[in-house]
Design a protein around this ligand. Structure first.
Ligand code: ZN
Length: 221
């Protein structure tokens, strides 16, 4: 795996640290943290500085029990040095392991064993039920070119396997796309293997964003 070049924005980190993100978004950030020592430090710093960073973050309190469960899952994640984390990430990318934070939501250990649902030829997805917001895995065929699309606020994407490139650069496993509506892009999956991503959306956006955006040119949504 290459080094991580793309990270969550400051307000996303602050919202996560405050427990203000709905579960779907918090899980995408949490999985990135399992890859990224740099962002684990950013979260710790945001927690230390508290509410001063939150003036621009809309309050979306997460249920106390869900937050506790999520924090417990994060606590269970091994805290390793950056070097060890990089090594572990290579192993994960090679074996197609599912991040441990997602294990409670799926019943298998490997991406290849998931019950993927075909959207269009070359593109499959798997909705995950996390209770708050829309969370799904997306599996994009090697070399596939996505339709040009934009994003509408609060859409987070984490690459878990393979990679893609777009107007913003190259995204490999561990890289995080924190996009808003100002970005119009056309991701192209790397040609050597399928690209598997985790995407989180706010509830109110679920019919507008993400897969719907990708499907629109094909099915006329
Ligand atoms: Zn990061």
């Amino acid at each position: 795996m290459s080094r991580i070049h793309h990270h969550p924005e400051d307000d996303t980190i602050a919202g996560y640290a405050a427990g203000a993100l709905p579960a779907a978004l918090a899980l995408v950030v949490g999985c990135h943290l399992q890859f990224c020592e740099h962002c684990r430090q950013r979260v710790a710093q945001a927690e230390a500085t508290g509410g001063g960073l939150l003036s621009n973050v809309a309050p979306r309190p997460m249920g106390a029990s869900r937050r506790e469960a999520m924090l417990a899952a994060l606590d269970d994640a091994p805290v390793v040095s950056a070097a060890v984390a990089a090594s572990a990430n290579r192993t994960q990318a090679a074996s197609g392991d599912i991040p441990s934070l997602l294990r409670p939501l799926v019943s298998v250990d490997n991406f290849s064993d998931l019950p993927w649902k075909t959207i269009v030829p070359g593109m499959r997805h798997l909705p995950l039920d996390c209770g708050e917001g829309t969370l799904r895995l997306l599996n994009i065929g090697a070399g596939m070119k996505m339709p040009v699309h934009t994003h509408r606020g609060n859409e987070l994407t984490l690459v878990l396997q393979g990679g893609y490139s777009d107007e913003l650069g190259q995204f490999n496993a561990g890289d995080f796309a924190d996009l808003d509506g100002s970005v119009e892009h056309q991701p192209v999956a790397d040609s050597d293997r399928n690209c598997i991503c985790l995407g989180g959306l706010d509830d109110k956006l679920q019919f507008r964003g993400w897969v719907a955006k990708f499907m629109q040119p094909f099915v006329g949504l």
